[in-house]
Design a protein around this ligand. Structure first.
Ligand SMILES: [Zn+2]
Length: 199
């Protein structure tokens, strides 16, 4: 009896020893917990990424206004247009009814830039800034915060999906008009409009 108890204790001790002294691995490392220290080459990569991101990434994309046929190459520094491009975008997106120009929200220009990058194509602008028709007109187009766009060769549904993946806050899907509406409102809202072109 005593001998068996001693034998069991010895076996338990040996088993415990095996578990805790497994070569180079603690139970936490063997399980789902991440290793607390990154390998040196990963740390080095992180450091390089940080140093590159100190200066904004320079990109550009093309925008064509369907109403006028005008095209524009927009230059971006990170998520902001250059000052010159910001002015040129305001001109390209001007109200087609009144010819008035309005500053275009840089966040909207960043949305357009990301869509162009995701599709690898130029964007076609259906509608940009629209001068308000009355004091109650609070449409995001009247604030330089919205644009209706399409990309030749890209299905409207797929373009909508790309915008959704990028968490564009205001997103309208216009399957009949073959375009999406994007805007940079504060409270996210999505909708589908089956009506055809009204302008
Ligand atoms: Zn719109």
């Amino acid at each position: 009896m005593i001998a068996r108890a001693i034998a069991r204790t010895a076996a338990t001790a040996a088993f415990g020893l095996t578990m805790t002294s497994w070569p180079g691995t603690t139970p936490a490392q063997a399980g789902v917990m991440p290793a607390p220290v990154l390998p040196a080459h990963v740390s080095g990569h992180e450091a390089r990424t940080l140093s590159v991101s100190d200066s904004p990434r320079v990109t550009s994309f093309s925008l064509k206004a369907l109403n006028t046929g005008e095209t524009l190459t927009v230059h971006m520094l990170g998520d902001r247009p250059t000052d010159e491009s910001a002015r040129a975008v305001a001109h390209l997106l001007r109200c087609t009814r009144t010819q008035k120009e309005h500053e275009i929200d840089p966040r909207l220009i960043a949305v357009l830039s990301h869509l162009a990058e995701a599709t690898g194509s130029d964007l076609e602008l259906v509608s940009g800034y629209r001068a308000p028709k009355n004091a109650h007109d609070k449409n995001f187009h009247t604030r330089g915060m919205a644009a209706d766009v399409r990309v030749p060769g890209v299905r409207t549904w797929d373009l909508r999906k790309l915008a959704q993946d990028q968490k564009v806050p205001g997103l309208g899907y216009y399957p009949t008009s073959k375009m999406i509406h994007v805007d940079v409102r504060d409270v996210p809202y999505k909708w589908t409009d089956w009506s055809g072109p009204s302008r």
